[in-house]
Design a protein around this ligand. Structure first.
Ligand code: PLP
Length: 612
């Protein structure tokens, strides 16, 4: 009936069957069934489900695509990759990734000391570690220590000062092994879109050609040129258009060849950074990328081959640092719907007076009783006019609060009825009307915590209900989270409309799932209003296709959150207890009861549990 664009974004990893969204793996369990099995264990609030099999799938598809291109073009270099830890550092993501990458030239990329410690602890032996980002002497020493543990590590310098520090550390510590050295080059070319700032001549990162020449001189002068083995660039995340990448490859390929000619004989790798895009769209005309993985890998291999052939140099190993492509699809956020804001506007709430009903209220009652498919738009317009007039009458003191409440209820009932009557019609007015009369769905989650890129960059994530997918959704929806912040809203957008079902949450549960949230969202999320990470778990399939829910990590308790902020939680408990003790209006039993309830709350997470 309405497929929420699943064919555009799901890459056949999820499907709709019998009204439910299901995982296309094992025995195809419905997401709703998985969610209910976890909720039965007592977990409430938002849930983040991980599907590690999808991480394996992405890694395999990346290596398969590049192997194929290398074979097809008889390319002499190898393909290697690293996962950039900044995209997702969670152990329940990283550890299965490392496990699944065994046997492949697939390592980790670190951008800080803490990330480097993760990489040094968990990277498979002989697989690469690359280190990007700004580095002080200590971080460079950490790189030397990693090399001395026999890690295949490359320190990529972002500026000449870092190279000078490497030279100093090498001189001062002759017992430590010197890591491989990479140089991040500042290209002319940039990517496109909201994440394009990482490349280009004004980028925050990388060495200009003049600085690269100076780096070569310094390396040679200090006998370190043999360690220089990689050049690196990154034109931005989520590359939507393949042409800037091609341009960047031409630039980088020529630089590589020139540097080899100048004597960098161990320079054998070109690291093309990340940026391989993910398709997030739910709507045909808003696609996020204009290429496939196969086109991407073929272009990279073909272009590098062509450039070095012309310059008669050897074909470099190709490194890639894709983060989004590897991790986005493995995580799905499920948020329970707590309330539909217009739910209270039902016929039972009308308090029609026997006498003295304002005539406009009578007219609205009439509109509600007689609205049909033919007159719906006209009646809807009349109802908008009457509502305006009645509100003005209230402001002027001519009608009372009961009349005003009746106005609100009737206006909503007429809208609901009109939408129901017209939603199956292809009417020009209907989208406009739907924009005016959206339903607001209150979700038990925090967008600041779980979808920060929506809040900060208006990045859309595919969203759909877990069930009722065989029923036409009739309500144009805007989504509200439970933070006390008006930015915690995903507004209805008529260019990319979201429709949901008209349900009564007192009668039945209704959950919304946000897909492709496995890249960046968890690590960028913030505890606005002190809502913590959602309850997380992994869904693991066995050979028979059955699944188990593993590694449940509940959202933090209230006391843990306060402890993270460095509050003295023992003191908080003492103060609260004292305040109850000091209330002489309560007897011993009552004090005990209140204390008991308070302690239960402190040890639960802060998301909403019940609402009525
Ligand atoms: N490498 C570098 C240097 C980056 O800055 C980034 C992200 O911005 C990545 C890799 C990962 O990019 P993506 O997640 O788009 O693949």
């Amino acid at each position: 009936v309405h497929d929420y664009g699943i064919k555009f974004w799901s890459n056949n990893e999820f499907k709709i069957e019998k009204g439910l969204v299901k995982v296309c793996h094992g025995k195809n369990p419905a997401l709703l069934e998985i969610v209910q099995s976890v909720r039965e264990k007592g977990y409430r609030g938002p849930l983040l489900m991980r599907f590690p099999h999808l991480v394996q799938k992405q890694i395999k598809s990346l290596f398969d695509a590049f192997s194929l291109a290398i074979k097809e073009y008889q390319y002499g270099g190898a393909f290697k990759a690293v996962f950039p830890l900044k995209v997702n550092q969670m152990p329940s993501f990283v550890l299965p990734l490392v496990e699944g990458a065994k046997g492949l030239d697939y390592g980790l990329e670190a951008g800080s000391k803490s990330e480097l410690i993760i990489a040094m602890s968990y990277t498979n032996p002989t697989t690469p570690i690359t280190v990007n980002g700004f580095k002080d002497k200590e971080m460079i020493e950490l790189g030397f220590i990693a090399k001395s543990m026999k890690h295949e590590i490359t320190l990529t310098i972002e500026g000449l000062n870092e190279l000078k520090t490497i030279i100093a550390v090498a001189k001062q510590n002759d017992f430590l092994a010197c890591p491989k050295i990479g140089i991040r080059i500042r290209l002319h070319s940039t990517g496109t879109g909201i994440w394009a700032k990482s490349g280009g001549i004004n980028s925050k990162f990388g060495l200009s050609s003049t600085e690269v020449l100076e780096a070569m001189r310094l390396l040679e002068e200090n006998d370190l040129l043999e360690h220089f083995h990689m050049i690196h660039f990154h034109i931005g995340s989520q590359i939507s258009d393949i042409s800037p990448l091609k341009k960047a490859l031409r630039e980088a390929g020529n630089l590589y060849a020139e540097l080899r000619k100048m004597g960098a004989k161990n320079l054998k790798s070109v690291n093309i950074g990340g940026g391989l895009a993910v398709e997030y769209t739910q709507h045909k005309h808003h696609q996020d990328k204009n290429y496939t993985l196969e086109e991407f890998s073929a272009d990279v291999v073909f272009l590098l081959k062509e450039i070095v052939k012309n310059k008669q140099e050897i074909e470099p190993d190709i490194f890639i640092e894709s983060g989004r492509y590897i991790s986005a699809n493995h995580a799905v956020l499920v948020a329970p719907v707590l309330e539909l804001f217009s739910h209270e506007y039902n016929e039972k709430s009308l308090k029609i007076k026997e006498n003295n009903n304002p005539p406009l209220i009578d007219e609205m009652l009439d509109l509600l009783a007689n609205i049909n498919e033919k007159n719906a738009i006209e009646y809807l317009h009349d109802s908008f006019d009457h509502t305006e007039s009645l509100f003005t009458l209230f402001d002027l003191g001519y009608i009372d609060l009961i009349d005003r409440s009746n106005t609100e209820v009737l206006a909503h009932l007429i809208v609901k009825k009109a939408v129901q009557l017209l939603c199956f019609k292809d009417h020009n007015d209907i989208l406009r009307i739907q924009e005016q009369v959206q339903e607001r769905y209150l979700l038990n989650c925090s967008f600041f915590q779980s979808l920060p890129d929506y809040w900060g960059l208006k990045q859309n994530f595919p969203v759909m209900p877990l069930n009722k997918l065989d029923e036409k959704p009739t309500r144009s929806a805007s989504l509200w989270d439970i933070t006390c912040d008006s930015d915690g809203e995903i507004a209805f957008d008529s260019t990319k409309p979201l429709f949901l079902h008209d349900i009564d949450v007192d009668e039945e549960e209704y959950f919304l799932a946000f897909f492709l949230v496995g890249a960046y969202q968890e690590v960028l999320g913030m505890k606005h209003n002190l809502f913590t990470h959602p309850t997380e778990f992994s869904v693991i399939f066995d050979e028979k296709g059955d699944y188990e829910v593993e590694d449940i990590c509940e959202a933090q308790t209230i006391l843990d959150v306060l402890d993270d902020l460095d509050y003295d939680t023992k003191e908080i408990e003492r103060i609260l207890k004292q305040k109850i003790e000091d209330n002489n209006a309560l007897d011993m039993e009552e004090k005990k009861e209140i204390m008991g309830r308070l302690y239960v709350m402190l040890s639960e997470n802060g998301y909403l549990r019940t609402i009525s």
